[in-house]
Design a protein around this ligand. Structure first.
Ligand SMILES: [Zn+2]
Length: 395
């Protein structure tokens, strides 16, 4: 008797990324395995951080927009810790968050320090949940980041509301059973609850408007999970943030209705940061709609992003205006337009910098980061330039 065991290893159709500019830092195309062990060697056994893993992610057909954001988020430590903590909680039905938790957990619990992982379950869940991502086209990494954070926040809010309702029922039926728990009113009504996504990424902007007739200032607050700023040629993040908070005069048709004057008046408006987030996600608006061309084009402008950042466009009543930030991750767009090109990520981990290009991970010098500022020439739109910056506060 012969027993033939046919082991069919179903390899998912891995579409080679059709991204025209596949970034290659070292210039040499490496095989996955050799590349991985080369990375391990380069970092060195002694220097390799304990309990840290550097894993590339397989590209499932233009999914670099997703891979790049996932890597950046993995190296936002407060976020990673919360996702991993979610993983050990009692099992829930599959969601984008459980898939993310499984993925992060599988990276964090690998025996090997370096290697490649296919984020297959996460991608198929993403495609199932949102038709925007249910194809093999290049997507906007910022749009994906937004979608992911909001989806996770919604899921967590739902769970909290559900828990509250359950607790409320327990209190009603059992007469204040044991745990005491959450405290406060037992109302099961839907409320907007702060989740750890908000704790990590949410900041508050205040929109101040000063009436130029009576000088009265009115302000309106607005929460954000990331900030989108305009870019200009040969500038810096500080300049972009200044532009974001520039005073704007409301006049002629745009006059402002002043409650004090009870009439439309000229006014000055400015946007400032009132609550600084733990992790500041800064999105550079590099894709601009050109009316003449009827399509989006890329602004490859050189915008310097510092390794350390302090915000100065804060409001007078800001709770933590002195917050000092360190750059921890950058999602870089390579190429000439939003629907073509490629995304990679650079991250800081334990004092050194790494570049994640789908399944390839390389160690880079801190000086090499300058190469991702953008181009001083306006002619070429084809650049490898910082697109989403993640700054983590020191406190
Ligand atoms: Zn007024």
């Amino acid at each position: 008797m012969f027993l033939f065991i046919f082991l069919f290893v179903y390899l998912p159709q891995i579409y080679l990324s059709v991204c025209p500019v596949k970034f290659q830092f070292s210039g040499s195309a490496c095989l996955q395995g050799t590349n991985a062990s080369a990375l391990e060697k380069e970092i060195g056994h002694e220097q390799f951080p304990v309990n840290e893993h550097y894993f590339g992610l397989v590209n499932f057909g233009n999914t670099c927009y997703c891979n790049s954001v996932l890597q950046a988020l993995y190296f936002c430590r407060p976020f990673r810790d919360k996702v991993l903590a979610y993983k050990v909680q009692p099992r829930r039905k599959e969601s984008l968050l459980t898939c993310l938790a499984d993925l992060f957990n599988s990276i964090a619990t690998q025996k090997k320090k370096v290697g490649v992982i296919p984020p297959k379950k996460f991608i198929s869940r993403l495609r199932k949940e949102n038709e925007l991502f249910d194809n093999y086209m290049q997507q906007d990494a910022h749009e994906f980041l937004n979608y992911l954070l909001n989806t996770i926040a919604d899921l967590l809010q739902e769970e909290k509301n559900h828990e509250r309702q359950q607790n409320g029922k327990l209190l009603q039926n059992g007469g204040g059973g044991g745990d005491g728990g959450e405290g406060g009113g037992g109302g099961g009504g839907k409320e907007i609850q702060q989740t750890w996504v908000h704790e990590i990424f949410q900041g508050t902007l205040t929109n101040e408007t000063r009436c130029l007739n009576c000088e009265a200032v009115s302000s309106k607050d607005e929460d954000f999970l990331d900030l989108s700023v305009d870019v200009e040629q040969n500038t810096s993040i500080t300049h972009c943030l200044r532009g974001f908070s520039n005073t704007e005069t409301l006049c002629s048709e745009c006059k402002y209705y002043c409650e004090q004057c009870r009439s439309k008046q000229e006014a000055q408006k400015r946007m400032r940061v009132k609550k600084l987030p733990m992790i500041l996600a800064l999105h550079l608006k590099r894709f601009k709609y050109m009316d003449q061309l009827h399509r989006y084009t890329k602004l490859s402008y050189r915008v310097v992003f510092p390794l350390e950042l302090r915000l100065f466009n804060t409001s007078g009543d800001a709770t933590n205006p002195e917050r000092m930030y360190d750059l921890v991750a950058v999602v870089v767009h390579c190429g000439s337009g939003p629907n073509r090109g490629h995304y990679i990520t650079i991250v800081k981990s334990h004092g050194f910098w790494l570049l994640f290009d789908d399944d390839i991970v390389e160690k880079i010098d801190a000086q090499a980061i300058e190469e991702f500022y953008g181009l001083t020439s306006d002619i070429s739109k084809n650049s490898e330039s910082g697109y989403i910056l993640f700054y983590q506060s020191r406190d």
